[in-house]
Write a protein that binds this ligand. Structure first.
Ligand code: GLU
Length: 509
């Protein structure tokens, strides 16, 4: 028998922005689909209308597109299994709920919200704080198991509101093999009679999820660990319909940097790193910051995310998306929660920045700058600065001196390291530079070496005051590269300006 084609889905609920844990789920689905020449579907699970947040669906699509992991089937993308938004599929679920009632796997329940609260209260008073609607209690509730069929018929004809509940059998072991966790066994005595279909005519998550995964021919369900407790019910539902259950894989949780608990959406602002792929503005106007707006490259973000719960089994850490596709497997996804590491995240960004072509960096930098700098100059700036930067903006904050003369001079160097002899020495060095025909970095370096050797000076005695005069700073990229970049005329003018400013400062002191 030939294997079924791989079809996986990412099924977010549009209840807000996509947390980075959600992006990781989407990423693993994407990688798995590509690896197996399968299809990656996105389905919007919006059956809980009370939690619907306007703008969330667009946010999700935009975020996936920024990450470069767009599904190929879904709302606005086309595909043969649509619609891909559950509220647009509303009409198709009721017959499935009815089918389960007819085959005895589910039943109608007429209990009002007040009835349920009353039951819970009574149970609490009797010392049972966790009352559940289940095989033990259902007989004393108002439902098609406990009531006569005439009564049930009458209530339905009267238009009494009802829900459909799963008729969870008593004391049955449900077993399934999770692709990541291995065998999972849960006894039905620990499960309640979940609502499958609500009185408002909408299915609950459980029913809609199963019906959609089946009708969309999903082969593998890859989702977060928080859905593991729902899996036994889902397995039972597939059984009740007589359908084959897709393979299940529950991904480990993303943990806070200290390993204490799940990474939550509030952690980012509290601990100073983004937890969302892109900025999100809540309806109250609160901004949650995103990786995109913080200057991360999507490739770095994705590479970092891939490692939160998976590893390739080698020491390689930098992977392009294509490399991730070929290296990825569910077998190498761990069961244990993955600790998020903000420093490592920056490290990934730094690596990607360094490996980006100078001209491409220059284009990104130009977008961040107001001024009119030509691209070839900016390309040179990027070449000089990128080893010292993590984000594109750092190239500018650290390297603005390349295009703008210093207006201040590092105080500590001026006070502590500028000696009596420094001024005449730097004047001599200036004359040396003025005499150079070839102002290339290599040639300035040769001149510098013979200058200090002739005077039996250490490197720092000339290099740090030289840097101070030219850049105003105490540290930075190679002074020979900087000299070449600025050219002779500008270098000499900066030395003159620096010398007169520092002399004036010293005179005041
Ligand atoms: N709608 C669920 C969520 O918001 C999807 C769970 C699943 O993938 O089955 O994450």
């Amino acid at each position: 028998m030939s294997e079924k084609p791989v079809r996986v889905r990412f099924a977010p609920s549009p209840t807000g922005p996509l947390h980075m844990g959600g992006v990781r789920t989407a990423l693993y689905n994407y990688l798995f689909a590509k690896k197996h020449n399968g299809t990656f579907v996105i389905r919007i699970e919006d059956t809980d209308q009370t939690r619907f947040v306007p703008g969330a669906q667009d946010y999700i699509m935009d975020a996936l597109s920024w990450c470069g992991i767009m599904p190929t089937e879904g709302p606005g993308l086309g595909g043969d299994f649509g619609p891909y938004v559950q509220s647009e599929r509303k009409e198709m679920y009721r017959p499935y709920a009815e089918q389960l009632v007819e085959n005895g796997s589910a039943y109608y329940a007429f209990d009002s919200a007040e009835d349920l609260t009353e039951m819970r209260e009574q149970a609490k008073q009797m010392g049972m704080p966790n009352w559940q609607y289940n095989s033990v209690t259902r007989g004393s509730m108002k439902n098609s198991v406990s009531l006569s069929s005439d009564d049930v018929k009458q209530r339905i004809e009267n238009g009494d509101p009802y829900v459909v509940r799963m008729k969870m059998p008593r004391n049955v072991d449900i077993r399934f093999e999770d692709e990541i966790r291995g065998w999972v066994v849960v006894n039905t005595n620990n499960l309640d009679d979940k609502v499958l279909f609500k009185s408002d005519g909408m299915p609950t998550y459980h029913l809609a999820n199963i019906v959609d995964d089946h009708t969309m021919e999903i082969s593998h369900v890859i989702r977060g660990e928080e859905w593991l407790p729902s899996a036994p019910l889902h397995v039972m539902l597939y059984d009740a319909f007589g359908w084959e259950c897709p393979k299940l894989a529950h991904l480990p949780l993303l943990l806070k940097p200290d390993g204490n608990g799940k990474l939550s959406k509030r952690d980012g602002d509290r601990l100073g790193f983004p937890v969302f792929p892109t900025n999100w503005k809540s309806s109250e106007g609160e901004i949650f910051s995103g990786y995109r707006e913080n200057g991360y490259f999507p490739e770095a973000f994705i590479n970092m995310l891939a490692f939160l719960g998976w590893n390739p089994g080698t020491t390689q850490e930098l992977f392009s998306l294509e490399e991730l596709v070929s290296a990825f497997s569910l077998e190498r996804v761990s069961k244990a929660g993955a600790k998020f590491d903000p420093d490592k995240t920056k490290w990934f960004q730094q690596q990607y920045l360094r490996s980006t072509d100078d001209a491409i960096l220059a284009e990104k930098l130009a977008k961040e700058l107001d001024g009119n700098y030509d691209l070839s100059t900016l390309t040179h700036v990027c070449r000089l600065m990128k080893e010292r930067a993590t984000f594109v903006k750092d190239i500018w904050t650290e390297g603005a001196f390349l295009l703008e003369r210093p207006t201040t001079y590092d105080e500590k160097t001026v006070n502590k390291r500028w000696k009596e002899a420094t001024t005449p020495l730097l004047k001599e060095w200036r004359e040396e530079l003025a005499g150079l025909e070839d102002f290339s970095a290599a040639n300035v370096e040769v001149a510098f070496k013979s200058f200090i050797e002739a005077r039996e000076l250490g490197v720092g005695a000339v290099l740090s005051p030289f840097r101070l005069l030219i850049t105003g700073q105490a540290a930075g990229p190679s002074m020979f590269d900087i000299s070449e970049f600025l050219g002779k005329e500008e270098s000499l003018e900066r030395i003159d300006l620096g010398l007169s400013t520092i002399q004036a400062l010293k005179a005041q002191a």
